[in-house]
Design a protein around this ligand. Structure first.
Ligand code: BEZ
Ligand code: FE
Length: 292
């Protein structure tokens, strides 16, 4: 086959992949070629524009390292990460909604007993006492669930973004008690920018988009017989709840963090300054085929 024009070339390319043994790979490539060619026909790029696009993707790859994944960030700001999440997490009634994992989860966070303080070193911020209940979708408590929590500090940085920090801060692993509860002290999170010193930041600047994520605490919960739940709890009243740079906000994940006066906290700690409180239930979806 030869003499392709700007329309016939699409089927010719798809046909060239006809012997792909893996049916899923064949389907994905066929769809990719179809949409990519339609995109080019729609946009009609000049050679300079196409080269600029390829150089942008080149810079995105070059920005990646062991600690920076610029392609995931690109997928995040285009809403693709949340689209993939939505397709893969059609939650049943009673199960908590999911959102992006983000780049700042670290395997092997310190394991803490219930009631611990995850602030390793003094960081600015209002103290918060968190009570999280882990249940199944029907609300029955799940003891022994593994719960990772992580968040940024009062300046908007995660510990892994601070090279001077030698130990984990504002992250930890807990196990739920007999009542399915996990409790800990932390600081009330604040909004912060996603990393924007690379090509994804250039894209945001060129399109007049801000890089901010509304304040949130990350939670990842693992329990045998249930789907792993990756989610956040967002702070009610945050100015970026309706313009999250990565489209991750769901109304059901927003909570009040009500302000408490100085005095005795629930664990007996005497608080000199006002503090906040979060009480949130995480409902896990069963992992069995019947648990739709
Ligand atoms: C985060 O919440 O940590 C995050 C998520 C997506 C992109 C950047 C940061
Ligand atoms: Fe985050």
């Amino acid at each position: 086959m030869r003499d392709f024009d700007e329309h016939s070339i699409t089927d010719a390319v798809i046909d060239r992949f006809k012997d792909t043994p893996d049916p899923r790979l064949k389907q994905v490539i066929g769809s990719l070629v179809h949409h990519l060619h339609d995109f080019v026909r729609d946009v009609e790029p000049t050679f300079d524009e196409w080269l600029a696009a390829l150089m942008f993707l080149t810079r995105t790859g070059q920005m990646c390292s062991d600690t920076r994944q610029e392609f995931i960030l690109l997928s995040d700001v285009f809403g693709v990460s949340m689209l993939v999440d939505a397709i893969n997490h059609r939650q049943p009634e009673g199960a908590t909604e999911t959102t992006v994992l983000g780049p700042f989860f670290v395997e092997g966070a310190p394991v803490y007993p219930n009631g611990a303080d995850i602030m390793a070193k003094d960081v600015p911020g209002e103290r918060v006492w968190v009570e999280a209940q882990i249940t199944d979708a029907a609300g029955a408590p799940l003891p022994g669930a593994q719960v990772d929590v992580w968040q940024s500090d009062g300046d908007g940085f995660y510990d892994v973004q601070r090279p001077e920090l030698t130990e984990a801060s504002l992250r930890g692993r807990f196990f739920s008690d007999a009542a399915g509860m996990v409790k800990f002290w932390s600081i009330t999170p604040l909004y912060y920018p996603i990393p924007y010193d690379g090509p994804v930041g250039d894209l945001l600047k060129a399109t007049k988009r801000h890089p901010y994520r509304p304040a949130h605490l990350h939670f990842m919960t693992v329990a045998e017989g249930y789907e792993t739940l990756v989610t956040h709890v967002f702070v009610q009243g945050d100015p970026y709840l309706d313009s999250d740079a990565v489209f991750g906000v769901k109304t059901s994940l927003i909570d009040e963090f009500p302000l408490q006066p100085p005095g005795l906290a629930p664990d007996g700690r005497r608080m000199e300054k006002p503090w906040r409180r979060l009480n949130y239930r995480f409902g896990l979806k069963g992992a069995g085929p019947q648990d739709t």
